[in-house]
Design a protein around this ligand. Structure first.
Ligand code: NAP
Length: 306
């Protein structure tokens, strides 16, 4: 089958690290154009204005938006108005209401909207979900500690309103948690550490009902930690490496230490949604972030600069 044409918008870190290689290896998609004010991809026609791309390339039916969350809504709405299918990087928007609006627009026009959660595509997430199904979860703890300077070098937007701070990676853990737990939980308390010079938290500790807790920190240098540990009536389960390795009762049973399968799986899923004429928008991870920012107790910590 011919590959469908797709445009990539916002050629920055994640576009270059993951989207471009995933599309280059995809049997479903042809990267037919980019749109970015400064970035480009060698050998691919590049636009700097999104309206021009939409007007001049009616042959491109799908747009994948790799921008930060705050500017994303306007691009997504313009694409949907122009009859394009849309794929959203995580978090799907700056607010829940704007994503609801996009959902309504896509439904009204019969277009596919895919709010991606790349961590849900990690190799051990489905086996973990299957193992947990029907079991009783007594406790669960997330440890998501990484180095913001490594993953967001110089990206001040993460500390601006709507950038979500440490919830930018933390929402990845929540996207796994909300997918694998056999019963939903809700946030009951949070402590948020705001650097004195910033608008978003650099660390957060969350408490949910059902014995679920989370520790997010963006100040971890050296080895990075992306673990979810679950105690059940049938013994312990742990997801490590951001959901790519599964341990049952301390023994590795599935997955491997690589995140490189996640974006190819997202694009395969988008192709499948397109073939079925469906959308996939699950806002459960973002609801927890919104709740934490609503309910969280704010502490001021040392100023942070890149
Ligand atoms: P980034 O490099 O800072 O931004 C991506 C590109 O978006 C920029 O290069 C810029 O391109 C464009 N852009 C930025 N601000 C804009 C604005 N106000 N209006 C229009 N375009 C704007 O960010 P990133 O790290 O790739 O992250 C983008 C998204 O991917 C985020 O939602 C993030 O959570 C997600 N993500 C990031 C990572 C990671 O490791 N960094 C991993 C997974 C997912 P131009 O200046 O050329 O227009």
């Amino acid at each position: 089958m011919a590959r469908e044409k797709i445009a990539l918008v916002g050629i920055g870190k994640i576009a270059m690290d993951q989207h471009v290689p995933a599309l280059a290896a995809s049997a479903d998609w042809e990267l037919a154009a980019t749109c970015s004010r400064h970035g480009s991809v060698q050998g691919v026609p590049g636009f700097t204005d999104f309206a021009d791309l939409l007007a001049e390339r009616p042959d491109i039916g799908t747009v994948s938006l790799c921008l930060p969350p705050v500017p994303r809504f306007d691009y997504a709405a313009a694409a949907l108005r122009a009859g394009r299918h849309v794929m959203l990087e995580k978090p799907p928007g700056a607010t829940l209401a704007e994503v609801h609006e996009l959902q309504a627009m896509a439904t009204e026009r019969g277009l596919t909207l895919f709010a991606t959660w790349h961590s849900r595509m990690a190799q051990a997430v489905e086996p973990a979900r299957a193992w947990l199904a029907g079991k009783t979860v007594n406790r669960a703890h997330i440890t998501w500690r990484e180095d913001v300077r490594k993953w967001h070098p110089g990206q001040d937007w993460v500390f601006e309103p709507g950038g979500m701070g440490v919830f930018d990676p933390g929402i990845n853990a929540l996207s796994i948690l909300t997918h694998i737990l056999p019963a939903p939980v809700h946030l009951i308390a949070a402590d948020l550490d705001f650097p004195a010079n910033r608008q978003t938290p650099i660390a957060a500790r969350l408490r949910f009902n059902g014995g679920v807790t989370a520790d997010f920190d963006w100040r971890q240098e050296g080895p990075q930690t992306w673990d979810i540990e679950v105690a059940t009536d049938a013994g312990p389960l742990a997801l490590r490496m951001g959901g790519n390795v599964l341990e049952i009762a301390g023994k590795t049973v599935a997955g491997e230490s690589s995140i490189m399968g996640e974006y190819p799986a997202l694009y395969a899923r988008m192709a499948d949604l397109r073939r079925r004429g469906q959308s996939d928008v699950d806002l459960a991870p973002m609801v927890h972030v919104a709740d934490a920012l609503t309910l969280g107790r704010r502490e001021q910590v040392a100023a942070f600069d890149f």
